[in-house]
Design a protein around this ligand. Structure first.
Ligand code: NAD
Ligand code: TYD
Length: 350
């Protein structure tokens, strides 16, 4: 295994922290540089267990700052990038689209420019790994799946910004010969997810006996993947030696929101000894999200067939692990929900 200097962006966030931990622990001959602005969603507590490892360095910085990014590449000579830094929440993108454009599009282009300038050798070690979402494909009816060839049709400011960033990555590959891979993943769940996203929000509100907000009729459908399986998929694709390829990653695990919410309520009642069905009483149907995508479903056959990746956990196992993690980390929840998030929560659910 060769030595590598890998820049991971957004490594203090939910998925990024699992990717950083996996790479730092598994590849002692790699040095992992975690670049993160530490927005409301970035939290170094997520990486406490690995922060003192010799092959890990945290760098606080903003991908929107082109000069800073250029200087960083000159200083560290990264030979690969795994790019996860982003504004990631659809509801926030509806309230304030501009920051999504700045971070997700401009920030990505700043990184692409720095790679273009910095990568001169053709030894095959350079790679820009762009972590994207299934939401770029738009929304499905009752039937069918997103495949890699599905046309882009983003419906929210968030997905429009991610789609645009995907286009820029491919354009740099095509125009400048930049080696890249893109993976488009379905909804992730697991430890360390910020409680603005459905699953941790439901867990938190059920624990605190607060109303559980369900948008519209609750029959919107998502395909859920255990976050550590996503990190393993990224590891597999990163090391596959494939370039200028796209892979869909998903769990073949579709759930309507209302069914997931009831499942979580039931597990929480059992785990903390509440009466059966008592948490379900907190379910509150509220006004729908504007432009709400009805259904996402990923066909991840290609990554399984070509690279042998498939999910390691069933949803029933994963959701129980997730709930137990939140039950055992109430201080983490308290810490991340003070301050900035509270202001957003009041604005969103007033
Ligand atoms: P997250 O919001 O938990 O984390 C994002 C991280 O990026 C945070 O640590 C934040 O501080 C950092 N960041 C934001 N703006 C920055 C900037 N300007 N400069 C440097 N760092 C900045 O997001 P997540 O859920 O972990 O998602 C990570 C990536 O995976 C995103 O690109 C997202 O689009 C993609 N994705 C997420 C999901 C999901 O279900 N969460 C599914 C598919 C794809
Ligand atoms: P979310 O976790 O925000 O992910 P995404 O919108 O990127 O798929 O939402 C998942 C689903 O849950 C989506 O259909 C919206 C719905 N939802 C609610 O019903 N209530 C909520 O409070 C939130 C945050 C989401």
């Amino acid at each position: 295994m060769m030595n590598r200097r890998i820049l991971v962006t957004g490594g203090a966030g939910f998925i990024g922290s699992h990717v950083v931990r996996l790479f730092v622990s598994k590849y002692s001959n790699y040095h992992i540089y975690n670049l993160d602005k530490l927005t409301y969603a970035g939290n170094l507590e997520n990486l406490k267990d690995i922060e003192n490892k010799d092959n890990y360095t945290f760098i606080k910085g903003d991908i929107r700052d082109a000069k800073f990014i250029e200087d960083l590449f000159s200083e560290y000579q990264f030979d690969a990038v795994i790019h996860l830094a982003a504004e990631s929440h659809v509801d926030r993108s509806i309230l304030d689209p501009l920051i999504f454009l700045e971070t997700n599009i401009m920030g990505t282009v700043n990184l692409l420019n720095a790679c273009k300038v910095s990568w001169k050798d053709d030894s095959g070690r350079n790679l820009f790994y762009h972590v994207s979402t299934d939401e770029v494909y738009g929304t499905l009816g009752d039937e069918g799946f997103f495949v890699e060839a599905t046309s882009y049709d983003p419906q929210s400011p968030y997905s429009a910004s991610k789609a645009s960033s995907d286009h820029f990555v491919r354009a740099y590959g095509n125009t400048y010969g930049l080696p890249y891979v893109i993976s488009n993943c379905s909804n992730n769940y697991g430890p360390n997810q910020f409680p603005e996203k459905l699953i941790p929000l439901v867990i938190q509100n059920a624990l605190n006996q607060k109303p559980i907000p369900v948008y519209g009729d609750g029959k919107y459908t998502r395909d859920w993947l255990w976050v550590k399986d996503h990190a393993l998929a990224i590891d597999t694709i990163f090391h596959s030696k494939k370039v200028n390829e796209t892979y869909n990653i998903g769990g073949f695990n579709e759930w309507q929101n209302i069914d997931i919410i009831k499942l979580i309520c039931g597990i929480i009642d059992k785990q903390i000894g509440r009466d059966d069905k008592s948490s379900e009483k907190l379910i509150t149907f509220i006004k729908d999200r504007p432009g709400h995508d009805r259904r996402y479903a990923i066909d991840s056959t290609k990554v399984k067939r070509e690279l042998g990746w498939s999910p390691s956990l069933t949803f029933e196992e994963g959701i129980e692990k997730t709930i137990n993690w939140y039950l055992g980390n109430t201080q983490w929840l308290k810490n991340v929900t003070s301050g900035e998030y509270q202001k957003y929560y009041e604005r969103q659910y007033q």
